[in-house]
Design a protein around this ligand. Structure first.
Ligand code: SMG
Ligand code: MG
Length: 369
């Protein structure tokens, strides 16, 4: 495909309610959208880098800069044989995974359209619908959290994930178990602890959690291995798994027993599929994480989650979990059985509403051959 033009947009959308984690509180969704025109087709991708480098090192500003200066110019007017070829050609640019993933996703959208296939099929997906759960932020009180859990269970979500941090861990988990019994429950610390906090995780071990996500520093595989050896509950790594080599190292060291795959964190859908395949070969379950994506990133995540080794519920909720109005129409909705249907149209398979994209754009630039 010959790349004719690329459009970059920074998007800002009010969240329906603030989302608080161990590293901060967000009231707005901020991301970049990448729109590529190639061979007469148009593809969209989302780079979910926010305002501040709190989840990882990227921001919408760094992603914009790297896309504008280093990733987009070499593509303009050139033949790009495949999304994988783009990914391989971008390896020499260090990191900036979300920036790369946004552009690669747009190329995947086009590649799927060219073959007349839904993206899920092109990636090797098999499922028509995927099992999902909801991720709940830190609330002012445990009672407020319990109300949120009740609300989302009532909407049909079958798995609850709660954010934890020191001082907000054992008590909320215990109260959720007391009130809601044997629901599918997991916790996510976003690296807020160190190995000296092992006692907290041993206490959490009693609650029969599906997994404990990213308890320790993202670059500390050794301590994660030491902690995992003390726990019955599987540790799941999120921030630590930045590429396939990190996944290999984590599994070899016993730093986790489950992996959260986010295509944006690992540098794109190609890398995400590679990690999925590696884990599948080793009998390690994976699940699809989320970065509060708009419908555009959500559609790519749904396609990815349809691959066979995504066996635990995804952090993929309906559009109305975060947005009064999504950028796609119809929005993503939850089925009564706690699943979300994988789009079946060609490419991303969702209808992007130009007027809504325009209304939420705070910065835009077009690059042409
Ligand atoms: O997309 O529903 C979603 C959010 C899922 O909790 C979620 N993501 O560490 O897994 C994680 C967080 C990262 C984003 S926090 C702003
Ligand atoms: Mg996480």
């Amino acid at each position: 495909m010959r790349v004719e033009a690329v459009e970059l947009r920074q998007i800002e959308m009010k969240l329906r309610a603030p989302f608080e984690t161990s590293f901060g509180r967000e009231e707005d969704k901020v991301c970049l959208l990448v729109r590529v025109r190639a061979g007469g087709l148009e593809g969209w991708g989302e780079a979910p880098a926010g305002i501040a480098p709190l989840y990882n090192e990227e921001t919408s500003e760094t992603a914009w800069s790297v896309l504008e200066r280093f990733l987009i110019p070499p593509l303009l007017g050139k033949q790009v044989p495949s999304p994988q070829a783009f990914a391989a050609g971008a390896v020499h640019i260090r990191r900036h995974h979300m920036a790369k993933a946004g552009l690669e996703a747009a190329l995947w959208d086009i590649a799927a359209q060219r073959q007349g296939l839904p993206l899920s099929r092109l990636l090797g997906g098999e499922r028509a619908a995927v099992s999902v759960g909801v991720s709940l932020g830190i609330e002012p009180t445990v009672d407020a959290l319990l109300e949120r859990v009740a609300d989302y269970l009532g909407r049909g979500y079958r798995r609850i994930k709660v954010k934890i941090k020191p001082g907000w861990d054992i008590e909320p988990t215990r109260r959720i178990r007391e009130r809601f019994g044997d629901i599918l429950l997991q916790v996510d610390a976003n690296s807020a602890y160190d190995l000296a906090d092992a006692a907290t995780f041993k206490a959490l071990d009693a609650f029969n959690l599906l997994l404990i996500e990213q308890p320790l520093a993202e670059d500390d595989m050794v301590d994660h291995a030491a902690l995992q050896a003390q726990l019955r509950t599987p540790i799941c790594l999120d921030e630590s798994i930045v590429h396939e080599r990190a996944a290999k190292a984590a599994l070899q060291l016993g730093a986790c027993r489950v992996i959260n795959i986010k295509q944006a964190r690992v540098g794109g859908l190609s890398a995400a599929v590679a990690i999925h395949d590696l884990c599948r070969a080793q009998g390690v379950p994976v699940w699809c994480g989320g970065m509060l994506e708009t419908g555009i990133g959500r559609a790519a995540n749904l396609a990815l989650t349809s691959l066979p080794n995504f066996t635990l519920p995804a952090d993929l909720s309906a559009s109305d979990r975060y947005f009064a109005e999504d950028l796609i129409d119809p929005p993503v909705t939850l089925n009564t059985d706690g699943t979300i249907t994988v789009p079946t149209g060609v490419g991303l398979g969702v209808h992007i509403v130009p007027e809504r994209v325009e209304r939420h754009t705070v910065r835009m630039a077009r690059f042409t051959a």
